[in-house]
Design a protein around this ligand. Sequence first.
Ligand code: 13P
Ligand code: SF4
Length: 311
Amino acid sequence: MDYVKEIERLKKEKNAVIMGHYYQTGDIQDIADYVGDSLALAQQAAKTYADIIVLCGVHFMGETAKVLCPDKKVLVPDMAAGCSLADSCPANQFEAFVKAHPGYTVISYVNTTAAVKALTDVVVTSSNAKQIVESFPKDEKIIFGPDRNLGNYINSVTGRNMLLWDGACHVHEQFSVEKIIELKKQYPDALVLAHPECKKTVLTVADHVGSTAALLKFAVKSDKKEFIVATESGILHEMQKQAPDKVFIPAPPNDSTCACNDCNYMKLNTVEKVYKALRDEQPEILVDPEVAKEAVKPIKKMLEISAKLGL
Ligand code: 13P
Ligand code: SF4
């Protein structure tokens, strides 16, 4: 079976659109109508005219699309594609944390369940977190969750003292600063690019810190030729595509015997599963309407602020 051809046919027949995150395998990125970071995927979902969105990413991305487009069918190729970072912030525990700190504005990273977003004032992604935090007065009391590394990074670049939830992503926590320094000996001219979900030690040696889209843009524009990339390895596909003459080296994880810089959740999706999702119109993302009613507010707020800031 020619899955790519069948996907094209089903897409037209069902007025479907395929959106893919940069962490998907290259073959999925190549068949997607839109490839982007978490912010771009939310922006695309908010404005699509398609009846069906096949969100090639992880569960919380599907939820974000569903909350923004309650009348559309949102499919994820593999329902088991979760996120360790979202899992590190159960809604009931986050609610208790928020209740224990009255008077705080709650800012949540998009890597959260819809139930956590429903407890949130404004959602951010790694593309807009700094600007959105800075849009609040300097003395605003802020709770930031769930990523402690992103939260610490935003505190350091904005001079804020946000109260942080102690969550992390198992992929980004794996990168080893020692291994990166070792690799730099082999590639002395290489610039280090790091996602803000990485640990502080890794961010300290980075030449550029940013979301997947920001790292891609930086690498393409830079006049340097070699880059050590400390984020999930899927981004290398688009980097190599947009800058074929440059060299992209995946930053090594702590344990060189594992493929820990691959997100095992993101990589659950396959082209075959995309085809089956379109054919069967499942697995479908469903969000409790009461939760969705609250969760959509901070997501829309993020999109509004991003639009105003030209992000
Ligand atoms: P961005 O898409 O915002 O770069 O975030 C990366 C990520 O970890 C998605 O799960
Ligand atoms: Fe979640 Fe980390 Fe995978 Fe991103 S890379 S989806 S934060 S587990």
